[in-house]
Design a protein. Structure first.
Length: 365
């Protein structure tokens, strides 16, 4: 019999108020501007600034370093990811990338590293930064790193290539995960380091996140910039929760598009919602989204309480990525031929959701 504590998924008053602001911004600003950002393959600077202004990176920073000094809250971050993802998954991913770096520093850095790097995030406009874990090969797994870190005196020399890094050309800091002699390690690498190069890449989805590759050729990093207590499993697990939350939000947007369309679209003299094949498809979307949300919230709640959560994080991620593909595909099918044209956002949701499962470590909540 399990001895785990009960999981309380009721939201606090502060979380409810925060969600109201996030949802209002997502519906009034993010969603209407998503198509233009996707067409331009560029994140709107005002959108990035507004999301940064919500202060997610400030919440858990110690007061002495310019933050709010609140406890780390994976649950609060998950709610933000879900709500923003419903507005525009791609731009939200770009805006939330620095949050992953801050949380990694808080969880894995020592006091000296906190004092050296966290003040750079202690403002409403934090320094652009991203986690660099994924590598450009189809069989990549987080535990099988080809990027290497070789000790050389009082420094490490990094060699390798990373991919799918949000806002790669704007970032000033990267948290690079590499294989050292004693296991996986994470390093804070400044963007102007000698031997570091970066380039935008055109992908089918996530265009407005401006993703790209990071190449490291003999990049020397002081040993003091290796995170003192790095835990790859925790980084990957908390990121899985964040990505699952983004997927849940985007799938909710698919459902919100499908319901009114099915009620209004007429075929053979009646609304297509009256046809069982369409009605059941939309009902299944709602059921699967609730399952995704419950698994994701459960994993986040366990992480926040200090309970083991890696299993729950993996289940949430696996379920969310699998069902997101089905929901995105079914959403396009509900719209028929219209689902493939840019007059509606369904094809954009489909493209964005297909790339999400490859973003290992990108959004640590």
């Amino acid at each position: 019999m399990s001895t785990d504590l009960p999981i309380d998924l009721r939201l606090s008053e502060e979380q409810r108020i925060s969600r109201e602001g996030m949802r209002r911004f997502a519906s009034q600003t993010l969603a209407p501007g998503a198509r233009a950002a996707d067409e331009a393959a560029t994140a709107d600077p005002q959108v990035l600034a507004t999301i940064a202004g919500f202060g997610l990176t400030l919440m858990s920073l110690p007061e002495a370093l310019g933050g709010a000094g609140l406890p780390r809250s994976p649950m609060g971050n998950v709610l933000a990811c879900e709500d923003l993802g419903e507005g525009d998954l791609s731009q939200s991913l770009a805006a939330l990338a620095p949050l992953g770096v801050v949380n990694a520093l808080l969880d894995f850095g020592d006091q000296a590293q906190h004092e050296a790097w966290l003040p750079r995030f202690a403002s409403e406009q934090p320094v652009p930064a991203a986690v660099a874990l994924a590598e450009p090969r189809a069989t990549f797994e987080p535990g099988d790193l080809r990027t290497t870190a070789r000790r050389d005196g009082d420094a490490y020399v990094l060699d390798g290539e990373k991919c799918l890094i949000p806002l790669v050309e704007q970032c000033q800091l990267f948290l690079v995960v590499a294989a050292a002699d004693d296991g996986p390690a994470a390093f804070i690498v400044e963007a102007d380091s000698a031997g570091l190069s970066r380039a935008r890449q055109d992908y089918m989805g996530l265009r407005s996140a401006e993703p790209g590759t990071l190449t490291l050729e003999g990049v020397r990093v002081p040993a003091a910039q290796r995170l003192a207590h790095f835990d790859l499993e925790r980084l990957v697990s908390l990121s899985r929760i964040g990505l699952a939350a983004l997927a849940t939000g985007c799938c909710q947007a698919v459902l919100e598009q499908c319901v009114p369309y099915a009620l209004e679209r007429k075929a053979f003299g009646e609304a297509i919602a009256r046809r069982q094949s369409v009605a059941f498809m939309i009902a299944d979307m709602g059921i699967e989204i609730e399952g995704m949300r419950l698994l994701t919230w459960r994993a986040a709640s366990r992480a926040e309480q200090g309970l083991p959560f890696q299993r729950e994080a993996y289940l949430a991620f696996l379920q969310s990525m699998e069902k997101a593909m089905r929901i995105a595909t079914d959403g396009v099918q509900v719209f028929g031929g219209a689902g493939f044209v840019r007059d509606y956002p369904l094809e954009m949701y489909y493209r964005n959701l297909r790339g999400l499962s490859a973003l290992h470590g990108a959004l640590m909540v």
